[in-house]
Design a protein around this ligand. Sequence first.
Ligand code: BGC
Length: 433
Amino acid sequence: MARFDENFLVGAATAAHQVEGNNVNSDYWAMEHMKHTNFNEPSLEAVDHYNRYEEDIKLLAGAGLNAYRFSIEWARVEPKEGCFDANEIEHYRKVLECCRDNGVEPIVTMMHFTSPVWVIKNGGWEAESTVKAFADYCKYVVEQLGDLMKYVVTINEANMGIQVAAIAERYARQMKEQMKNRKKGGDKNLEGTAQVGMNFNSMLKNMFFQRFENKKVFRTSSPQTFVSSRTAEGDMLVVRAHQAAKVAMKAVKPELLIGLSLSLHDIQVEGDGAANAMKEWSDEFTHYIPYIKDDDFFGLQNYTRSLIGANGICPNPKGAKVTQMGYEVYPQALENVIRRVAKEMPGVPIMVTENGIATSDDTERVAFIEGATEGVAKCLSDGIDIRGYMYWSLLDNFEWQKGFSMTFGLISVNRKTQQRMPKPSLSYLGKMR
Ligand code: BGC
């Protein structure tokens, strides 16, 4: 059923490290290959999107989608500080051209969680030098490829580090309680409050040995990757990196449309949780408004709701359906979050840069997309300026520490043969416009 007009962008998203394969100069690759790793498995050749992008973009376009959000990998483009790789630029030129040739609008993310190892060696996402380093990389990419680009997301989920810090703190507190009561293992429900695959249990278990391995690889026992627990200062540093990159890219191509994305839950109050809920929403969203209110668009990413009571995050409601990630299946969350963002940050167009469900049951995915896009259509008819809806993800892929077991994709992949098998949800989404 068509819900949107011709010009509305209906697409799907991926991130370089999760799909391309062999991202050997990145911090994630290094962490995946440590002896005491927190990753269930390494990304290796992932789903070989680096070599199969053409087939993947054609499947997307053939199903009727008109946008593709993907990321350019900093660790490929600048594997050593100040040394840019012309071959990798050529590769991404071909990807962008392939989008254009197939009538697909590319939405390019400049940094989707992974950084080159040298950035982390220099202090990572808590070091002031990273602001300029990131802006320089973005400027270079736009100088080389700006002619094919229109929408740019500087940083994916700029708030992920402080979300991780909050969850890690809760987790550690809970583990202490459990030790006192002699119970084993952490609460899986807490892991599910991060909108990204993380294994908090193994992170705590491995912490001691990882200090030595980290020192070898990153020159520090506590590396500050993008998804490390972020300090308040680090949070502002990320914002400054976004702003510096925006200025640098606009200097090259002023008409580029630039924004960042945030991971937002539909925060709902339970009982006496109003003050906590307000604090949670401020941490996730409102405190960023002063720094992003003049952006060309806002990248909104939502997967579920979060119930906040007097003691903080509540468990999933009894009997609630949950995704493979452990969070509640709640497609209505997207509409609620869009309305809230539009009210609190009026005048900034919204692009839904991620929304999706990890499930092995594709009929459940179709129902999720139906519910979520119905909400988007209602917001549009109420006059909210939304430019597009990107489903996460085009392909089943590497869900960070969780490995390949989480299936978010519109297309499944046999990782032995790398054969693509589109699911019915792909054509369902393609018929939305
Ligand atoms: C991230 C993706 C991730 C997805 C599903 C988002 O937080 O941007 O990289 O795979 O959620 O967990």
